[in-house]
Ligand binder design. Sequence first.
Ligand code: PLP
Length: 398
Amino acid sequence: MSDQRKNLTDKTLCTVAGRKPCLHGKVVNQPVYRASTVVFDTLEEYYASQKILPGDGITYGVHGTHATYAFEKSIAQLEGGYRTRLCSSGLVACTAALLCYLNAGDHLLMTDSVYGPTRTFCHSTLKRLGIKTTFYDPAIGEGIEALIQPNTRVVFTESPGSWTFEVQDIPAICHIAKKHGCITIIDNTWASPLYFKPFQHGVDVSIQAITKYVGGHSDLLMGTVTTTKEVYPILRNGWRDLGLCVSGDDVFMAARGLRTLSTRLTAHAKSALYVAEWLQRRPEVIQVLYPALHGDQGHELWQRDFSGASSLFGFVLKPAYSNNEQLAKLMDNLKLFAMGFSWGGYESLLIPVNPASIRNFWPRSNIPSGQLMRIHVGLEDVNDLLDDLEQGFKNLHS
Ligand SMILES: *Cc1c(COP(=O)(O)O)cnc(C)c1O
């Protein structure tokens, strides 16, 4: 069995990527390697091991085992990058990637729609290191050129954005960044490695919170950073310096999640579209923010660049239903939708979010005002989910 065959679809790749039964007793799954110590048989082998680069061989627990390398290779293959390195959470993937590619005195262009804790990192640690951040409108497209300064080193994107789901024109941004010698990073978590292929659109570095859809069962924290060949050495050395690694148990869980990713995402996406269209017809809702919907602000870019939509999106309640007392009536009696932050698992979630307090480019003039809600559609029967929401809306009126 080999995963080297060309032309496998993503669905098949999810099931075969990284598997090499011949390496470990012919069992189907990569076993758990709990390893700190690696031993060498001869003095020659011992000295030779010191010339092996971190990530290229099994020489030291922190740098990886068969299992970590197999999972790294799977993600690199699916995202279409050169190499991947693992770390303990999606947030670490974001912050460590920034630390790798930025130097003291550099300028960073950061999308205003970035995952909140990554934004905090810019205001705290990066500021402390003398790195200035300019937050840009996620709808900027090629207008990004006007913001590039002589010391701009990195353009960080996330598409669609956290909470507000603006789709970015990634090819246009990458084209201009490249022209000015800047590195582009994308937080590609929403699309998973399946629905957006960052390296086909000119991105240099792609981040996944494996915690979300790849893990898929709300029981795992992990992040990946995948790069092109050109910028990989910087990542490899940064990982070596920071000592970033993951546990053997966690990488087993991540690889296990990957096996069903494609099938789960198809089910998530189908239900999400159904729920989004249902919400559009609800009198309590003014707007649904989901790029897969015709007429959504990001629909055209999404249709051009993505091959699917995941199951996390937003909707805006009419101002008449947006005060906390009413919101509590909607939220407190839901049976299937729980209030929780970390999405991508099998279960449905619903939370009110308030981006205006931290954003420079929100509210947007083309989005009506009212309470913004973020919904994650899980793997429950979609009719049960609609019943639950319907009951919630009924309570809202009581
Ligand atoms: C959740 C999330 C992260 C962080 O992942 P953790 O593993 O929870 O740290 C990063 N980026 C995006 C877009 C996310 O949604």
